[in-house]
Ligand binder design. Structure first.
Ligand SMILES: [Zn+2]
Length: 109
């Protein structure tokens, strides 16, 4: 379900960022996350983004011009994640899939 992290609003932030997926250390590249309750691999999290608005002569909000200009905070393991499939929610680190024992695979000679 990669649609979780993509959007069709023409956001180019991800392309500008040289940081990996979560903007954290590169060790997270190989980490997978899965709901420990139902096994779903799609989560609802809160990212912090900036947005362009159209305002009126009083400076009051009229409408938003886009969904996101820049991501100022990517969801990380310290944030609260909610499973998109069931009602489980916890810190992101609770969704981490243990990868111990998988490192040596594919080493057949
Ligand atoms: Zn779940």
């Amino acid at each position: 379900m990669r649609t979780c992290w993509q959007n069709d609003a023409g956001i180019t932030v991800a392309e500008q960022e040289t940081a990996p997926f979560f903007g954290r250390d590169q060790n997270m590249e190989n980490i997978k996350y899965r709901c420990p309750v139902c096994g779903a691999e799609c989560f609802e999290v809160t990212a912090h983004v900036t947005q362009d608005w159209k305002i009126d002569c009083n400076g009051s909000y009229m409408e938003s011009m886009d969904e996101c200009v820049e991501v100022t905070h990517y969801p990380d393991e310290d944030d609260i994640w909610s499973c998109a499939n069931c009602e489980f929610y916890a810190a992101g680190s609770m969704f981490r899939v243990p990868t111990d024992g998988q490192k040596g695979e594919g080493d057949a000679t």
